[in-house]
Design a binder for this molecule. Structure first.
Ligand code: NAD
Length: 321
């Protein structure tokens, strides 16, 4: 039997590893390409015995070759958390530019569908709320976060240029904050940070007065949306995220309650250019992909807390220097 073959850049990361798993389960052969800069072998080692799974260690910003025919390429390689992209600013710009260029060239050579993992950060600190795909965003290109936001905006422009040239069948998803098991306790994102602090009884550090909002989507829902986009003939960009908006203070209190923690809440300064609001308009995803998140946030948080409790070794990791 002929299996469709898919390459996933960044496949050993948080989202990439779920995609590897899900697509193997659907009968794909999966080539995972990763340089392990922010990902980890532990995310995919359970897939190694699978005959359809192949791991390639490579920096996609330098070159990208995958042997054999390819039906699709999911381009997920990029530092993604603020801690990571502020530590790896040049790598982040390189993977958004050179890495995306290499992935698109490979898609062109193999006549494969190409799907770009873009981000809600493309909207910057938005002046339109909630954010529909037609909103062009409010990004500070020279602020510290610009390395990520602009890398992704460039990646979107490059993807559309290949599409318009008729060279590649492309798709863009703009992913809003996603959470779940396999997040790293020191990746700097609010949910793993709050869970780690609450479980260790340390102060839970909320930026500013905690009134800034995010919309958070459980990982299983997000992966389902990405697979629907892959299987469609849509080009996007299309927002994937949970429109249920919560404030950071509310999130910290939920996590304290779920972990039964007596941690204090400490208010710390807000990072530069931290968006005040963030919420997807998912009308397009609902109508064109028949997609909407299903897992209630509290249930997703419970599953995530349970996973962190079951992996106490993670606390031995140190925050990156
Ligand atoms: P992650 O850091 O867990 O995964 C990224 C993976 O890419 C890692 O395995 C890393 O080692 C790999 N990588 C980075 N640079 C590479 C390079 N040059 N060559 C090869 N591999 C490289 O992050 P994630 O949360 O899984 O995010 C995956 C993708 O989804 C990213 O492109 C990110 O921008 C996008 N995204 C994620 C979220 C989210 O909430 N998690 C939100 C919006 C967009």
């Amino acid at each position: 039997m002929n299996h469709p073959h898919i390459a996933i850049t960044g496949g050993a990361g948080f989202l990439g590893s779920y995609l590897c798993e899900r697509l193997l389960g659907e009968g794909y052969h999966v080539t995972c390409v990763d340089n392990f800069s922010t990902g980890s072998m532990t995310n995919v080692e359970h897939l190694m015995p699978h005959t359809g799974f192949r791991m390639l260690r490579a920096d996609v910003s330098l070159h990208l070759t995958v042997p054999g025919d390819l039906d699709a390429i999911l381009h997920f390689a990029s530092p993604a958390s603020p801690t990571d992209y502020l530590r790896l600013p040049i790598d982040t710009l390189r993977v958004g530019s050179n890495g995306t260029f290499n992935a698109l060239e490979l898609a062109k050579e193999k006549r494969a569908r190409f799907l770009l993992a873009s981000t809600s950060e493309a909207y910057g600190d938005p002046l339109v709320h909630p954010q529909p795909e037609g909103y062009w965003g409010n990004v500070n290109p020279i602020g510290p976060r610009g390395v990520y936001d602009e890398a992704k905006r460039f990646a979107e422009a490059l993807t559309m240029a290949y599409r318009r040239a008729g060279d590649v069948d492309t798709a863009i998803v703009r992913i809003f904050n996603t959470f779940g098991p396999r997040m790293r306790p020191f990746d700097g994102r609010a949910i793993p940070t709050f869970i780690r602090q609450a479980l260790l009884g340390e102060p839970v550090t909320v930026a500013g007065d905690g009134s800034q909002t995010r919309s958070i989507c459980y990982v299983d829902d997000l992966i389902d949306g990405i697979v629907r986009m892959l299987n469609s003939n849509l080009e996007g960009p299309i927002n994937l995220g949970n429109p249920h908006e919560i404030s950071m203070l509310e999130l910290a209190e939920w996590i304290k309650r779920l972990t039964r923690s007596s941690s204090e809440i400490d208010f710390v300064p807000r990072p530069q250019d931290d968006p005040s609001v963030r919420c997807p308009d998912i009308t397009l995803a609902r109508t064109r992909l028949g997609w909407a998140p299903r897992v209630p946030i509290e249930e997703g948080l419970e599953r995530t807390v349970e996973w962190f409790r079951a992996h106490p070794g993670l606390w031995d990791d140190k925050a990156p220097a």
